[in-house]
Design a protein around this ligand. Sequence first.
Ligand code: OSB
Ligand code: MG
Length: 369
Amino acid sequence: MRIERIELREVALSLKFPFRTSFGVEQHRRVVLVTLHGGGGEGIAECVAGEFPGYSYETVDTAWSVIEQYIAPLVLDRSFATAAELLHELRYIRGHNMAVAAVEMAFWDLQARLLGVPLWQLLGGRERDIPVGISLGIQDSIEETVELAVMNAELGYRRVKLKIAPGWDVEMVGAVRAALPDMDLSVDANSAYRLNDAPRLQELDQFGLAYIEQPLAYDDLIDHAELQSQLSTAICLDESIHSAEDARKGLAIGAGRVINVKTGRVRGYLAARMVHDVAKTFGAPVWCGGMLESGVGRAHNLHVSTLDNFTLPGDTSSSSRYWHEDIVEEPLEAVNGVQQVPSGAGIGVTLKRDMVERITQRVQVLKPD
Ligand code: OSB
Ligand code: MG
């Protein structure tokens, strides 16, 4: 179908609580929504880039500018039968995966809506409830962390992931483990450690964690492989995996045994599905990561999670954990630790138009010149 128009819209949302990781704290989110118009319909996606380049070099502003300056001119007024054709047109844009993914994901939504089918079906997923866990940011005290972990375990969440950083690790994780002896627990360091921290990380082996996520540098595979050989706990790679090739190389050298798939980080659904497939050939499970998404990105995450090698609980917890009010009509709430995949056409959610208008910071409509 022909892409007639692209709308970029930035909306301002405030998280209920500040979310602290080893690289910074987020409370106010600037969310870029990308809408593609074509074939008499529209498709929408959320760009997962953050305001600050702490997780990735991409930011809200780089993504906006890359879409406006480089992506839009290559796709506007062009016809694409598949996402693969669209991506082929963007093959000389190096990196900027989150910007490319936002456009690719909106294209999938558009296509599924035009066909009148839920996106998971087009992706080749299987209709099922999605087990979800929570990602717990760094808190002010161990007591608060334990309290929040226990509260969420009681809500039925299937896994609790604790953010760690040097000085906020063994003691804190031990306290949570003591309070939740049978819980599926994991930790995420967001690259806060170095290989010579191996002895410290080995102390985490005693807690029976499902995995240690991205302990070492954001661009590293080699040191992760060395570290993995010194740990009994599996390493889960997040920041280091930008493509199916990264997944292949990382798993081949033993840099980890689990992969966190974020569709935005790897350049969209086609790439996410390839990462998923590569991991499967290595016998490595994957799960769907989160980027503090609004309902638009959260719905996308639920759809990709229907692929069969997404066997571990994802970070797609209830929208109400993040927002007082979400920007979509449909509630995306976990019950008993599982989320249902929205059943309507495309991603199956509808924007609250009035609310979105009210919180819009800027809009740009890109058309063929
Ligand atoms: O590393 O998974 C991460 C949030 C922002 C950036 C990176 C990460 C995260 C999370 C939150 O862990 C996951 C979520 O609940 O959306
Ligand atoms: Mg992570």
